[in-house]
Ligand binder design. Sequence first.
Ligand SMILES: [Cu+2]
Length: 146
Amino acid sequence: MKINLFLSALFAVMVSVTSGAEIVITGNDTMQFDLKAFEVKAGEKVSLTLKNTGKLPKIAMGHNLVLLKKGVSAIAFGQKAMGAGANATNPLPDSVKEDVIASTKLLGPGESDTVSFTAPADPGNYEYVCTFPGHFAMMRGTMTVK
Ligand SMILES: [Cu+2]
């Protein structure tokens, strides 16, 4: 009986370590994320994939996904990145990365990138944005930590 309890406890630990959220978001040539909101649990492992499903060249219509710390608005951050020199080949300048929880690479047509991170312990809303020049007004969303 004791052994069974121990094994089931061990199993529960293993499940909690290996489980997590898998989120897939696409970006396209009309400057839209297909997913503008998703939820995760506080402290869980999150695997976040961005796919660029467009056809236009990366230099004209590249996309990334930048997840921002709590309280940082996507619009304000987009403007800050532009002010810091964001451009079509380097849309996320180093000087603004202090506001970032996780970010994908800049993706051209047909490309995808996956980033893994631990969801914040602090429940609430966390905005995400594409910082390719001109996209932040349209390409935004919110991750809710429960
Ligand atoms: Cu974009």
